[in-house]
Design a protein around this ligand. Structure first.
Ligand SMILES: [Zn+2]
Length: 385
């Protein structure tokens, strides 16, 4: 856990820190929070009062269990703020309104193959407007956009089943802000899904995990100390194009035998066989991939997620019992090698919304995605102010 600061200039940071601590440890008490973040109970109490007044936090007394008053228990107020998540794909646009504790309030979709940026941002503006009207008068923290990666790789971005023509060199954050008027953030679909899992799902239990993302192709990101490990150009961890079969099937990236030619929803469709049979067929290749990931990144666990149906992900997770060895074989290991994400089919949409929550409220991510004040005027009662 990050520690608070006693500097007066650190007050907004401390507010974010206390809010995050309440989110992670809820239901919790002022005393517990003070111990977690290294501030006095007095300082924490002042901050909690502010957060309560701003509507971010709910404080309530538990039922009395014995003599004396039970302590006041703190929780994040689900209606304390909403975020909009947008997912742009080669097949259309999805948008969701997500409450502060991660529940999806509504999902809207617009079909449209190969939408260019102008049409897409106009549509996103309309969808955001429609979603905002579902909670009139509520605080909308911001909007996060997820789109297929990798970004800016000449031989990969313009070709293949996930290609998006006309999206090269688009100033995404500025266009998103222009379209919605909200603080704006963006990431690859897999990084968004991973951060959503970290904020709302089983990823909350791990500071270091690899998220293996089943989209049309196969991707993934390493979350290290709670943040996405990006590499120089934000494409680190792109597992789908690791060559696993020498002289194997040709791939849209120009190489042969790439992992996603064998392990992906597209590969399963192309193969046209029942899931169980396919799982048996890909087991050796999948096992190599998991071993590569573990030996490279040394994660606490690997979370399987993305757009694949849950029974398929469960089938893959079940292969964990027969995986080859790696640095993951530790006597002090507590988590399984493979886990299934909690996010389900909305994982990218809620992940995109998580970008806005992290970007505006988290002490860790505030600078990483650009701050609220860079991307749009902070609203009344903004925690960043
Ligand atoms: Zn490839």
């Amino acid at each position: 856990m990050l520690q608070g600061t006693n500097q007066e200039s650190g007050r907004p940071y401390n507010r974010r820190l206390v809010l995050e601590a309440i989110r992670i440890h809820a239901p919790t008490t002022r005393g517990e929070i003070a111990a977690h973040v290294g501030l006095t109970v007095q300082t924490v109490s002042t901050i909690v009062r502010e957060l309560e007044e701003q509507g971010y936090v709910l404080a309530a007394r538990d039922e009395p269990k014995g003599r004396g008053l039970p302590p006041t228990v703190l929780r994040v107020n689900p209606a304390g703020g909403y975020a909009i998540g947008v997912h742009v794909t080669p097949l259309g646009i999805g948008a969701a309104l997500v409450c502060l504790t991660g529940d999806v309030v509504a999902v809207l979709r617009r079909e449209g193959r190969g939408l260019g940026p102008d049409t897409a941002f106009r549509t996103i503006g309309e969808l955001a407007q429609e979603l905002k009207q579902l909670r009139p008068g509520s605080r909308i923290l911001g909007v996060g956009m997820a789109l297929p990666g990798p970004f800016g790789v000449d031989t990969m971005s313009g070709v293949g089943p996930t290609a998006m023509a006309g999206w090269e060199n688009v100033p995404l954050q500025a266009r998103l802000h222009e379209a919605t008027g909200l603080p704006s953030f963006f990431e690859t679909d897999m990084a968004a899904a991973a951060l959503g899992e970290r904020l709302y799902g089983i990823g909350a239990d791990f500071s270091d995990f690899y998220y293996l993302f089943f989209g049309v192709g196969l991707g993934g990101v390493m979350v290290h100390e709670g943040a996405v490990l990006r590499g120089a150009w934000g494409n680190a961890g792109e597992i789908g194009h690791i060559p696993v079969v020498a002289g194997g099937e040709p791939c849209s990236c120009g190489n042969r035998g790439c992992l996603e030619r064998y392990v992906s929803l597209e590969a399963l469709r192309r193969r046209g066989i029942p899931d169980a049979q396919w799982l048996g067929e890909i087991e050796p290749v999948f096992g190599s991939a998991i071993t590569v990931i573990e030996n490279l990144f040394d994660p606490q666990t690997i979370i399987l997620g993305g757009m694949a149906p849950e029974p398929l992900l469960q089938g893959l997770a079940a292969l964990a019992e027969r995986l080859p060895g790696s640095v993951s074989a530790r006597s002090d290991r507590t988590a399984p090698r493979l886990l299934v994400a909690h996010g389900g089919q909305n994982s990218v949409l809620s992940g995109a919304a998580a970008l806005a929550v992290l970007g505006t409220l988290s002490p860790r991510h505030g600078q990483m995605f650009g701050t609220a004040s860079e991307a749009g005027a902070p609203q009344a009662g903004d925690i960043a102010a």
